[in-house]
Design a protein around this ligand. Structure first.
Ligand SMILES: Cc1ncc(COP(=O)(O)O)c(CN[C@](O)(C(=O)O)[C@@H](O)C(=O)O)c1O
Length: 401
């Protein structure tokens, strides 16, 4: 008998399992609005032109090897990643107060950050928003932290429960870690206003809480890299400390290359140096060192003026297409006279619309219209095109009648 005889069959992941179900559906009108992966107007995945150009340059460069890269990743990539999120001329970078490690994209950056904090930080409680990305609680629990929640989304207004968020963070024990979505909150698409970010910053600094930013959509939300880094730069600008997890999955279309970085902004350069040395002790026994290819693509693009500019143009095009899908869906529901207030579809920002549809309505849409979305009613706008908006609008209309 097998040593693993006792194993149960594990359930599919709530998000990635939607794609598994979608792939099994033979229907010609099926629509995958589950995983947050960009699709073109033709419904195809997109490899950015600048990514193809960077790969060409890398292949032609015969001086490149496939050697191990440092435990903390490519130095050039780390510098450029930190600069992208913190901005040109960031004092934190100028004063060498930022420790950056290339990690396995956003998920890996969050996990390494969690393990680092559970090993070296006095407070092991992390507060995460309700709702949040489904993988967050698992990453932080397995990383050795204990997860609590703060109020975030208000279903009555389809907006931010700002008062509730401040109350819950005010009640947190001193030093508690606070997970913040830098922009394009997943799954709600609801972000604090600039004034609200300032209120959140004041409270967090007053209480001595430790912010941990998750930046998976920089540039993807508004189309502007700087606008989408506003929250991070507001906090770092006050001289305080924070952690920042970056992913290049969406904004560079490098999903499967698993490219990201964890930056820890410290109060002094000497601390940052010690932090980086300790980060390497977390990484070495976890996966030893990160992959070379994706980070080389990103470093090639971020270090070349033309490639960087062309990237910002492609990025804005992706963001604009998603925003246009928001308006087309909203207009289609208005045209149908679909009961309910659907203005949140055009108010929300980033890849996802938190529709407010319940589990039963979601199941109905999948069964009757072959539309695949997560059971919390989140739809990935990037999965839509002008041709498929009517089909989705018909399904929502039928689901709410
Ligand atoms: C807030 C947030 N943070 C981190 C990640 C991790 O991204 P990666 O590890 O690929 O860099 C995601 C991706 N979440 C999804 O877009 C989603 O919610 O559909 C999807 O990629 C996923 O893995 O679930 C995210 O939404």
């Amino acid at each position: 008998v097998s040593a693993f005889q006792h194993l149960e069959q594990a359930p599919e992941d709530p998000i990635l399992g939607v794609t598994v179900a979608y792939n099994k559906d033979p229907s010609p009108v099926k629509l995958n609005l589950g995983v947050g992966a960009y699709r073109t107007e033709e419904g195809k995945p997109l490899v950015l032109d600048v990514v193809r150009q960077a790969e060409e340059l890398l292949i032609q460069d015969r001086s490149r090897y496939k050697e191990y890269i440092p435990i903390a990743g490519l130095v050039e990539f780390n510098k450029l990643s930190a600069k992208l999120i913190l901005g040109d001329g960031s004092p934190a970078i100028g004063e060498k107060r930022v420790a950056t490690a290339q990690c396995l994209t956003g998920t890996g950056s969050l996990r390494v950050g969690a393990e680092f904090l559970s090993k070296h930080y006095s407070q092991h409680i992390i507060y995460i928003p309700v709702p949040t990305w489904g993988n967050h609680p698992k990453i932080f629990n397995l990383g050795g932290l204990s997860v609590k929640t703060y109020r975030y989304y208000d279903p009555r207004t389809s907006g931010l429960d700002y008062e509730g968020m401040l109350e819950d963070l005010h009640a947190a024990p001193p030093g508690a870690i606070v997970l913040l979505h830098a922009c394009a909150h997943n799954p709600t698409g609801v972000d604090p206003t600039q004034d609200q970010w300032e209120g959140i910053r004041q409270l967090i600094r007053l209480k001595g809480l430790l912010p941990f930013f998750d930046s998976a959509y920089q540039g993807f939300a508004s189309g502007s890299l700087d606008a989408d880094a506003y929250s991070v730069r507001l906090f770092v600008g006050d001289g305080g400390e924070c952690l920042i997890a970056q992913s290049f999955a969406k904004n560079m279309g490098l999903y499967g290359e698993r490219v990201g970085a964890l930056s820890i902004v410290c109060r002094s350069a000497t601390v940052a140096t010690r932090v980086e040395s300790q980060l390497k002790l977390v990484i070495r026994p976890m996966y030893s060192s990160p992959p070379i290819h994706g980070a080389s693509i990103v470093a090639t693009i971020l270090s070349d003026r033309n490639l960087y500019y062309n990237w910002t143009v492609e990025l804005k095009n992706m963001a604009d297409r998603i925003i246009s899908m928001r308006h087309q869906l909203y207009d289609a529901l208005k045209a149908r006279g679909t009961p309910g207030d659907w203005s949140h579809i055009i108010k929300q920002i980033g890849m996802f619309t938190f529709t407010g549809l319940n589990k039963d309505q979601v199941s109905f849409m999948t069964a009757e219209y072959h539309i695949y979305l997560t059971s919390d009613g989140r739809i990935s706008m990037a999965g839509l095109s002008s041709k498929t908006v009517p089909h989705l609008a018909d399904a929502i209309h039928a689901a709410v009648l």
